[in-house]
Design a protein around this ligand. Sequence first.
Ligand SMILES: CC(C)(COP(=O)(O)OP(=O)(O)OC[C@H]1O[C@@H](n2cnc3c(N)ncnc32)[C@H](O)[C@@H]1OP(=O)(O)O)[C@@H](O)C(=O)NCCC(=O)NCCS
Length: 136
Amino acid sequence: MEIRQFRPKDLDRIIEIERSSFKDPYSRTTFYSFYREYPDTFWVYEKDEKIIGYVMFTTEGHIINIAVDPAYRYKRIGTELMKSVISRVTGERVWLEVRESNIAAQRFYYKLGFRKRMIIPKYYGQEDAYILVLEK
Ligand SMILES: CC(C)(COP(=O)(O)OP(=O)(O)OC[C@H]1O[C@@H](n2cnc3c(N)ncnc32)[C@H](O)[C@@H]1OP(=O)(O)O)[C@@H](O)C(=O)NCCC(=O)NCCS
């Protein structure tokens, strides 16, 4: 198993996981733009030469996106990715936005020690966002 930086040739596989994980998936352009701007903090989780998860964040501590292939969930891969991110972040906190309806992700983040800090009404069009924060 290896957590390493994203490479452009990973994009097809990332898109595949993204589409099976979100009803409003990020586009190829969005992923590629993020990589161009933040190449050091776009990571993939690879096992037996297969990418099964990824995370995008900023060194200040903002989590932009995380997903694990549905066939590999509940195996602590998301936890491993987040723990690596938390130790890499330079600031004193890590934060993110999550859909009010995404209970699975909220449980995942609460288990890592995140707490609900704020609600942003209609952040996702019709849906509110919760801002979750982890104090390191
Ligand atoms: C959220 C996500 C990344 C978690 O990845 P994962 O590798 O399955 O998570 P882990 O195995 O590390 O889970 C750790 C803990 O989180 C909780 N958890 C994870 N998935 C959960 C779910 N679907 N429902 C409830 N709790 C869940 C569990 O309590 C688990 O602890 P346990 O192993 O003691 O039971 C994954 O479900 C995913 O890709 N979801 C779709 C994309 C998404 O919503 N991303 C977040 C956007 S803000």
